[in-house]
Ligand binder design. Structure first.
Ligand SMILES: [Zn+2]
Length: 290
């Protein structure tokens, strides 16, 4: 693990720790003697190191924000005693079935990593929000905004004073959107991100995985890549269905087309192209035709 971004005690800013798995970024927002941990992960050792970075110089972690309930994002929520746990209502109110699937997914990864985490529980959320919540950390306001699309429970964190936008699993791999729920809301979420970047002069985008995006132009370019991807995918799929392709054939054909369009071989990660195609097909009504 490495600190990609650090802010000295007393100052305002971000602390970003890169984890060993999935290019995962644990993100802290610090101001004065306070800190907020956003989606702290991934292994207990990494969470502990992240906590130490946040607590440097006597800062206290008063809040833990969970952007959504995918298992990589909720792993560290219990590590900050006394901190208020904040998440969308869709995370807090998740039903028993989905909770079990999330915990089973986490246990599988723990096994693979050799992590012992017997005391882990699904997050107990102290403060839930429906659409929007402003949270104070030191002298900073954090604007939490519900933005489903990646999952049905995803939110993002905007810190206007830092011109920073924490996009959770949006913009983690521009040009290969990670849509794990529905395509249309995913696109709407990206249009909202575009609005936030433009209207609030966002200069730093910090996704939960992979590279940080610096500068407004780069942020807008990344968002536009995601939107262009779905536009091309929709168009290609519609054409294939018009020609009478079965859903399965259209899905495979479109995934190949999207990979060729990208012109870069992403290896196994490109499986996400099929997944995205499936999600668009479900909307086009292709799901019933086969
Ligand atoms: Zn996710």
């Amino acid at each position: 693990m490495t600190l990609l971004v650090d802010t000295p005690p007393g100052a305002e800013g971000l602390v970003v720790q890169r984890c060993g798995l999935w290019g995962y970024n644990s993100i802290g927002v610090v101001s004065g003697d306070e800190a907020c941990a956003v989606d702290p992960g991934i292994t207990p050792e990494e969470v502990l190191a992240f906590r130490r970075a946040l607590e440097s110089g006597g800062r206290r972690v008063t809040k833990v924000v969970l952007t959504h309930s995918h298992h990589d994002h909720i792993r560290g929520w219990q590590a900050f005693e006394g901190a208020e746990v904040i998440a969308p209502s869709a995370v807090a109110n998740k039903e028993a079935g989905p909770r079990e699937r999330i915990l089973a997914g986490k246990a599988k990864v723990d096994e693979r990593l050799g992590v012992e985490d017997a005391g882990f529980q699904y997050p107990a959320v102290d403060r839930a929000f429906d659409d929007h919540l402003t949270v104070r950390v030191g002298a900073l306001d954090l604007e939490l905004e519900f933005l489903p699309g990646h999952s049905n429970c995803t939110s993002v964190v905007h810190v206007p004073a830092l011109k920073a936008l924490l996009t959770a699993d949006y913009l983690v791999s521009p040009g290969l959107p990670y849509c794990r729920w529905e395509a249309a809301p995913f696109e709407a979420a990206n249009r909202r991100l575009r609005e936030l970047v433009t209207d609030h002069s966002v200069e730093q985008v910090i996704p939960a995985h992979n590279d940080l995006i610096t500068g407004r132009a780069a942020a807008l370019h990344a968002i536009d890549e995601e939107l262009a991807y779905f536009k091309a995918l929709r168009q290609d799929l519609a054409g294939r269905l018009d020609q009478g392709d079965s859903t399965d054939r259209a899905m495979r054909g479109a995934a190949t087309f999207m990979a060729e369009r990208r012109g870069v071989d992403l290896g196994p990660r490109a499986r996400q192209d099929r997944d995205n195609a499936r999600r668009v097909l479900a909307e086009l009504g292709g799901a019933q035709s086969k």
